[in-house]
Design a protein around this ligand. Structure first.
Ligand code: NDP
Length: 481
């Protein structure tokens, strides 16, 4: 089935194929992958409609067993599937394995949630009538996922979608099809109705656009860029399709004068350069108090220069390549833009020549930046971070909040009072204290404000809001209660 789509319960050839190459070594062909046709999409949607009704009627323990089996297999095969993920996406192998293991945890978490679907019961305002409020599946859910966490992002959407009784049609990013086929292969072997789950690969502009315009789709969960997200919302509204979108951000870490510098430097570096900066939660602005600015910068720059960039599957590397040539060119353009705006690129931000032909770039730090520069306002998705010097905590908070986005923010401080004030006043969906802006748990809500997110939160119990619809039933016993 390598390279095939999973259409209406059958592994099926595409109508054309794309090549998928390892960004760490372009001579390494990961595979060729079929592009689904419009007819295959229609067949998947039609079968999904039928399968969803059957799946919703499965007992809760039967659904739980399916989700547990998927999750346990992902965790057991984290080494093998993490290696495949790193090979096609370029993140260091430890991160690849960690991602697949985490994907498994999403399934086992929602396996347990299958048993926790309690509703509400109330007396009616009318005598002799009771009210029962329960959640039911939305129907056919389209999941459109990005390449940067190809297995985890898809899993934190697929697991709750199935848990709450929906059918799933998954369009992964075309840059990371191998991970998508691997996850689908596991799901396809489970005790699920034929066609409940479909894998429909193809470019976003072609098959993706058809999906979001289809009246056969009841809900769309999307993670990706802001412009594409806005386009999806416009298309979805034509059919009044429910949407949930997690998009970009411009996350800031405030480093205060009382911060533990070891912690501050470590979390800044992890947040800025982890996964080559290709995270929606990446730390791209470092808002640093002037009293410790020089010490912090000296250590941060030394740390960035010390990051070993290399082939994702090589032991001991700190950062892999950028995912694609297009993304690398955009990153290099941002490095040039920063310089032209007056920022000082003190290290990195350049293409690296390595023994393997790949999309390598050195981690870069901009100094002397102001928050109105484009490099501090636009999502770069690059191993580039900017330092913005401030004179006080109040100024730091105001810079952190001065953005169109609002996904994550963090503060490095030893002061409980400042940490508490920051937690309450940072205008982001996620706030961290003495921790990187990246790195979240699976049992609690995830999402942001402003241009970062739209619609209900993802993950944890919050996911029920999107993947279910509420039904209110009025019951009369025929006689007064
Ligand atoms: P996109 O938003 O273009 O892609 C995300 C997903 O949407 C992919 O599966 C893509 O398919 C699909 N898609 C694209 N166009 C459409 C459409 N018209 N209708 C339906 N689906 C569509 O992000 P990119 O991958 O191009 O990355 C560009 C930038 O987006 C990055 O540099 C980064 O700034 C941001 N981004 C943010 C992410 C986040 O986690 N917040 C994740 C990824 C990107 P396909 O790729 O196959 O064309």
């Amino acid at each position: 089935m390598l390279g095939q789509n999973y259409i209406a319960g059958e592994w099926t050839n595409g109508t054309s194929e794309i090549e998928n190459r390892n960004p760490s070594d372009l001579t390494d062909l990961v595979g060729t992958f079929g592009q689904a046709s419009a007819d295959q999409l229609e067949a998947s949607l039609d079968q999904a409609r039928v399968a969803q009704v059957e799946w919703a009627a499965y007992g809760m323990e039967r659904k739980q067993a399916v989700l547990n089996a998927i999750g346990n297999e992902l965790m057991a095969r984290a080494e093998e599937l993490g290696t495949l993920l790193s090979r096609e996406e370029g993140k260091p192998i430890a991160e690849g394995k960690g991602e697949v293991y985490r994907a498994g945890q999403f399934f086992t978490y929602y396996a347990a949630e299958c048993l926790r679907q309690l509703g509400e019961n109330a007396d009616s305002v009318r005598d002799g009538v009771e009210v029962d409020v329960r959640r039911e599946a939305v129907g056919v859910v389209a999941i459109i996922s990005p390449w940067n966490f190809p297995t985890a992002t898809a899993s934190w959407k697929i697991a709750p979608a199935l848990c709450y009784g929906n059918a799933v049609l998954w369009k992964p990013a075309n840059i990371t099809p191998a991970s998508a086929v691997a996850l689908t292969e596991i799901i396809s072997r489970q005790d699920i109705p034929k066609g409940l789950f479909s894998l429909v690969m193809g470019s976003g502009r072609d098959i993706g656009q058809r999906i979001v315009e289809s009246p056969k789709v009841n809900a769309i969960s999307f993670t990706g860029s802001v412009p594409v997200g806005k386009g999806i919302a416009m298309a979805a509204i034509q059919n009044l399709t429910k949407v949930q979108m997690e998009m970009g951000s411009k996350n800031a870490l405030a480093v205060m004068d009382d911060a533990d510098l070891d912690i501050a430097v470590a979390i800044a570096q992890a947040g800025a350069f982890g996964s080559t900066g290709q995270k929606c939660t990446a730390t791209s602005r470092l808002v640093v108090h002037e009293a410790i600015h020089d010490q912090f910068v000296e250590r941060l720059v030394a740390g960035a220069k010390g990051i070993k960039v290399g082939h994702a599957l090589e032991a001991g590397i700190g950062m892999g390549p950028v995912v694609s040539e297009q993304q690398l060119n955009e990153n290099l353009a941002y490095a040039d833009l920063g310089r032209s705006e007056g920022a000082e690129l003190v290290c990195g931000g350049a293409r690296l020549e390595m023994p393997h032909d790949g999309f390598y770039m050195s981690p870069g730090v901009f100094l002397n930046t102001t928050n109105d520069m484009r490099i501090n306002r636009e999502e770069m998705f690059a191993p580039l971070t900017s330092v913005i010097k401030v004179g006080s905590y109040d100024e730091a908070l105001s810079v952190v909040n001065d953005t169109n986005f609002g996904l994550t923010s963090g503060i490095a401080t030893k002061s409980l009072a400042r940490a508490t004030h920051f937690r309450r006043n940072a205008r982001t969906g996620v706030v961290t204290v003495n921790l990187p802006t990246a790195g979240t748990d699976y049992h609690v809500p995830f999402g942001g404000r402003g241009d970062s997110s739209y619609g209900p939160r993802e993950q944890g119990k919050a996911a029920a809001e999107f993947y279910t619809t509420v039904k209110t039933a009025y019951i009369s016993a025929g006689t007064p209660l």
